[in-house]
Design a protein around this ligand. Sequence first.
Ligand SMILES: [Zn+2]
Length: 185
Amino acid sequence: MALVNDLLAEIDSRDPVQKLLLVSQDVLGVYRIIGLFPPMRTEVHLFWAVIALVSGWLGTSVEGLTVVVLAHELAHGYTHIGADIDRVTWDTDAFINAEKGLIEGLAQHYTHLVCQALEFRFPEALAAYQALLPRQPPPYQTQKQWEKVHSKEMIRLALLTTRRRMQTTLAEFMKNLNQAEQDLT
Ligand SMILES: [Zn+2]
């Protein structure tokens, strides 16, 4: 118990959210793939007690942070099994083996778009996204650079290209993104 109290005191004394997210990145929620072969199943879990704790630390509403975490986990599902118009999805092996900065950056990008789309109806979501983002580890911030330079449609095209080619690295995605910029301008 003393150790737990010491740990909590230590966490509280620095930037608690940043510390917590460094320990485990699946601490707020998780997108799970169950079984590699059909009938493969996917699940989203939200960890409400941690969401409540972190929202208090961030000074955002519990509901706002819940929307951010839910949008992030659903965005993993969207990028993985959301079919394009040719019914092509992301090969599950390639998705699982993809670089963290690619998978998380894409989930973060679509989370950001959801929060922006909700801004007038539910501004707490964007506020929570913006409060959480600077405290998240680097793989959760790769999208910031893409969003600065590239349009949403360019990012979408690069996502489709990357997953059709079963590519797994951030470098390959960036190449596809630069190509998408040339193709769409
Ligand atoms: Zn994630």
